[in-house]
Design a protein around this ligand. Structure first.
Ligand code: ADE
Length: 231
């Protein structure tokens, strides 16, 4: 069973969207499991303090290393991967999601305030992970993104396993456009080739559409695709 363990100051927001539809069913079937750890439970004082001012001055507060360290040490086993969600991290992407889906457990630490005391990252072998070039108020919404992306890759979660081969990012191309009934809608017809029944033509058309959309929307990805083609 694949497991996500989330460290947060807001445990009440989980499982949230991850308990709906196919993900909820997969949770019930024990294909995956979510463990939510309240970082505040590891605070030592009577006020349950989890943050403090940065040495050297500056705005905002930092998560205290002693509190976070205690929380991590009480809950994480040796050899499990630990990620701190932060805009300073390396990029999370489909490739990373695939790697995560092969782990038994991933640990996601959701920061708040201005960040964490830097010492916790090295002493506990924590990698920093970002879901994109923007700043969120905390790591929780990023944790939903990471877990969602992994869950759909787990065997038995989605109905049709084949559909994952064609999708965006799979071969450094975005997915081609798709159509369903009605065949004519608001005077617009579905592309003729899709009605032809000629599977090889349909495959060619889809590949050419994928290339077009990637070239237009994602020049960075298009460049990567061309480089791979050359090899
Ligand atoms: N926390 C704040 N911003 C974030 C981002 N872009 N990715 C991951 N965690 C974050």
């Amino acid at each position: 069973m694949w497991k996500a363990r989330v460290f947060t100051l807001y445990p009440e927001i989980y499982p949230g969207p991850l308990n709906k539809g196919l993900y909820g069913k997969a949770l019930e079937k024990k294909i995956w499991n979510l463990e939510v750890i309240n970082i505040r439970d590891s605070a030592g004082d009577k006020h349950k303090t989890v943050d403090d001012k940065p040495f050297g001055g500056g705005s905002g507060m930092l998560l205290k290393p002693d509190v976070l360290g205690k929380s991590i040490d009480a809950n994480i086993k040796k050899d499990e991967k630990i990620f701190y969600l932060t805009p300073k991290g390396i990029n999370f992407n489909q490739k990373k999601a695939k790697q995560f889906s092969k782990e038994k457990v991933i640990n996601l630490i959701c920061g708040h305030f201005e960040g964490v005391d830097e010492r916790i990252l090295n002493t506990r072998n924590i990698e920093q992970l970002s879901i994109g070039d923007y700043v969120l108020s905390g790591g929780e919404s990023a944790s939903f993104v990471v877990i969602d992306t992994v869950l759909r890759l787990l065997p038995g979660v989605l109905g049709n396993n084949n559909s994952k081969d064609d999708e965006s990012f799979e071969h450094d191309l975005l997915e081609y456009p798709q159509y369903t009934k009605p065949q004519i809608w608001e005077k617009k017809s579905v592309p003729e080739v899709l009605l032809s029944g000629n599977h090889s033509k349909i495959k060619d058309w889809r590949l050419s559409q994928s290339k077009d959309i990637t070239r237009r929307q994602r020049p960075d990805m298009w460049k990567k695709f061309l480089e791979k083609e050359k090899k």
